[in-house]
Design a protein around this ligand. Structure first.
Ligand code: HAM
Length: 418
């Protein structure tokens, strides 16, 4: 009988992995508590119009990626493709704005987008995120970004994540800018891809984040949105940057960062990772001062971010793996097992973490295993070494190796790893 498998783009999280998930979840909860954010849980299914109105009719998410179906009573339902619209719906429905002037919320859970699966991109994935409703001051932006920074630091990712920051201004600013960008691109319209030509009509700002080199070249002298900021936009963005400086959070201004959801205004940001491949956005967010109104609520500004948990875990694996194991002790002859045991024991008593083979495998497969384990060094005890009381140390990062007296092993390893 044919075995039933999981659906493409989804994954089972097996016991070895769940430990890592629990650690990440614990870090998120710890940092959110530090900042006074409280958890909100919303349903996984929502009415489709929540996302078409909230996220935007013409966005990729709404036009191409949603799992949508008609329920038995004819209502169009959707598996949530993001959580900001759901949280805003809940905020309005339960009049949370009337209960406290600022609502600080966080969430974690699964969501669904029908994208082409690849490393770091699934059809069912998980996010944690935070949303703050009620303040349109720049200190609220800085607080939100600081939460992201604290969680990244807690996970050991602050060194691999770089903060890209931009402001897409107020709606009046974007209106003027859209016209200027269209005027600039019009003479070269035929050179743009089909997608960008569509965006030219619907949302020309999205052309700015094109991956095509040819289009990037075309955009080199394009007008900059910052030239269209009004006084408020400029003051707000300047203050956000000053506060980030105060908090020692490094950032770069990326004028091409526009984000793919329509609800943003003013501050937008992403933390990009250098170690997880092409799907490199660990986390993205921004200000959405009109979302609540557009969903029928009383005007309330908001800002937040969401992070892909699978991407966080990928980056954490890349990051932490090598530091866990110092040495892979290669054992080539079962005559030498007791020697290997006494040397590994000595190394461990001196604080090294050591893996060794217990399957009596070949040199080749032990070396493969050593590389896979992320160990920094392999130690080789073969026939020749054994007969001469020597031992070989191989640096697995650069391939260099040297043979030393067995008695010098601890001192040598201490000097290498200090
Ligand atoms: P987003 O940029 O669409 O924003 O998604 C946020 C993060 O979710 C991404 O940076 C990425 O890490 C992760 N992610 C997105 N799509 C996938 C996928 N197919 N597979 C794996 N991970 C993925 C939002 O969702 C906004 N709601 C963020 C926000 C909150 N803005 C304001 N508040």
């Amino acid at each position: 009988m044919k075995i039933i498998q999981n659906i493409k783009g989804t994954q089972d999280i097996l016991p070895l992995e769940t430990k890592k998930w629990q650690n990440l979840e614990a870090s998120v909860r710890k940092v959110c508590a530090r900042f006074g954010y409280e958890e909100i849980r919303t349903p996984i299914i929502e009415k489709t119009q929540l996302f078409s109105r909230g996220v935007g009719e013409d966005t990729d998410i709404v036009t191409k990626e949603m799992y949508t179906w008609e329920d038995k009573d004819g209502t169009s339902l959707t598996l949530r493709p993001e959580l900001t619209a759901s949280v805003a719906r809940s905020f309005i429905q339960h009049n949370l704005g009337g209960k406290a002037p600022i609502q600080r919320l966080f969430y974690m859970g699964p969501l669904f987008r029908r994208e082409r699966p690849q490393k770091g991109r699934q059809r069912q994935f998980h996010q944690f995120g935070v949303e703050a409703f009620g303040s349109d001051n720049p200190e609220q932006d800085a607080e939100i970004i600081a939460i992201a920074w604290h969680i990244l630091s807690e996970c050991g990712l602050n060194n691999v994540a770089s903060l890209n920051l931009n402001s897409i201004g107020s709606s009046e600013c974007r209106k003027k800018y859209r016209e200027a960008l269209r005027d600039y691109l019009k003479p070269n319209l035929e050179q743009l891809s089909e997608t960008s030509q569509k965006r030219f009509e619907l949302n020309p700002l999205r052309i700015l984040d094109t991956k095509s080199i040819q289009e990037q070249n075309l955009l080199k002298d394009a007008p900059k949105i910052s030239n269209f900021f009004n006084d408020n936009d400029k003051e707000h963005f300047d203050s956000v940057q000053e506060l980030l400086d105060t908090l020692n959070i490094p950032f770069i201004i990326n004028e091409k960062l526009v984000r793919g959801l329509d609800y943003y205004s003013n501050t937008v940001f992403e933390f990009i990772s250098s170690n997880i491949g092409s799907q490199d956005a660990l986390l993205g967010g921004g200000r959405y001062n009109h979302l609540v109104e557009s969903l029928g609520g009383k005007k309330s500004s908001g800002i937040g971010f969401a992070a892909g948990m699978e991407r966080f875990l990928l980056a954490m694996n890349e990051q932490n793996f090598e530091s866990n194991i110092d040495i892979y002790f290669i054992n080539l002859d079962h005559k030498s097992i007791s020697k290997v045991f006494s040397l590994t024991d000595k190394l461990r008593k001196n604080g090294f973490s050591v893996l060794t083979d217990t399957l009596r495998r070949s040199m080749k497969s032990q070396l493969r295993e050593a590389n896979r384990s992320g160990a920094k060094y392999a130690i080789i005890l073969g026939d020749v070494e054994l007969s001469e009381n020597n031992i070989t140390i191989k640096n697995l990062k650069n391939g260099e190796q040297e043979t030393i007296q067995q008695n010098d092993l601890i001192n040598k390893m201490q000097s290498l790893t200090n």
